[in-house]
Design a binder for this molecule. Structure first.
Ligand SMILES: [Zn+2]
Ligand SMILES: [Zn+2]
Ligand SMILES: [Zn+2]
Length: 322
């Protein structure tokens, strides 16, 4: 049983998915459901002895097509709707420990092809409005399966964070006649203080207004709305900058830095010419041993406090040996 419940206080949907309680929780490496199925061994989620990159539907989906039966009835005060959508898992490689930082650039390039394909395919379904590609990495972020993998949520609505960004981009465009993100890029490339690394087609930087420690955004230098708009050269350059940034993260404290990685692309229905595709990384370590918690002011007031300036964070990431 599962449904979307409308939160009228914050005007946003909440997914109630009680069946997710029984999902696999931190299995030992020999029972990893994301490893290939070895001959004679227990069957994993992937019925093959080997694979490159594999995508499959999440066994414990928050959104599903056709949607599960709703557990409650809605009202005027409390609207509900079916939790329709699609949740997929992407295993990055058959190697149980290989992270994206360690993967060859060609492999990340192939992953970009997979992301592009899923964005297009899921986005073409009539019920889907927004394809959200992301990765949770590390136990600090609540990861229950250690095998490197990402996820996709294909939403029947535009979720609040992208919705807010879309509105801001639209407003900026109406006011100035320019793209908000192109303006940000221009400013950062002049300042240089917050740039972590860059190549011909992408720029990775700590935003002026970073909320998480060592938060980095990767922006396409060209005004493009989604992965599907990238040229082949841009896909290569994206693979390269992802590898470089993740390597910097992993060498920052000498361990795989826990983070959330999200792709913000234009919605898959409607026209959003003013939006600009980017990645956002939210790490959780303030220091080698201290984690950032979303405590009272962040959770209750929605205002983030950081204790290191974005300029210093960028300088530290730039100084990491790779
Ligand atoms: Zn595994
Ligand atoms: Zn732009
Ligand atoms: Zn964004």
């Amino acid at each position: 049983m599962s449904e979307l419940r409308w939160n009228p206080q914050l005007q946003q949907w909440v997914i109630v998915a009680t069946h997710r309680q029984d999902r696999t929780y931190k299995p030992p490496a020999e029972f990893c459901p994301l490893c290939p199925t070895k001959p004679g061994a227990f069957p994993t989620e992937i019925p093959a002895e080997d694979y490159e990159i594999v995508v499959f539907e999440n066994k414990f989906p928050s959104l599903k097509t056709p949607p599960p039966e709703m557990a409650v009835e809605g009202s005027d005060l409390y609207p509900v709707k079916p939790a329709e959508g699609i949740c997929e898992v992407i295993c990055y490689s058959p190697n149980h420990t290989l992270t994206l930082g360690e993967a060859p650039v060609e492999h990340i390039y192939n992953l970009i092809q997979v992301w592009t394909d899923r964005y297009q395919e899921l986005g073409s379904k009539p019920e889907i409005n927004y394809v959200f590609i992301f990765e949770n990495r590390g136990e600090a972020v609540g990861v229950t399966l250690h095998h490197p993998h990402g996820q996709i949520y294909a939403f029947p609505f535009i979720p609040p964070t992208p919705e807010k960004e879309l509105a801001a981009a639209k407003q900026h465009h109406e006011k100035h006649g320019r793209c908000l993100y192109c303006d940000i890029l221009k400013q950062e490339r002049e300042d240089r203080k917050r740039i972590v690394c860059e190549n011909a087609n992408f720029t990775a930087m700590v935003p002026f207004y970073a909320r998480y420690p060592y938060e980095v955004h990767i922006l396409a230098n060209r005004h493009v709305g989604a992965l599907t708009d990238l040229t082949e050269q841009e896909q290569w350059d994206l693979a390269e900058i992802l590898k470089e940034l993740i390597t910097r993260y992993d060498n920052l404290f000498g361990f795989q830095l826990p983070y959330i990685m999200v792709l913000h692309q234009k919605p898959t229905k409607g026209d959003y010419p003013e939006y600009h595709f980017h990645f956002e990384f939210y790490p959780f370590n303030r220091t080698e041993t201290k984690l950032k918690y979303l405590a009272g002011v962040e959770s209750g007031a929605g205002t983030f406090i950081t204790d290191m300036s974005p300029e210093d964070q960028a300088e530290r990431l730039r100084g990491v040996k790779i």
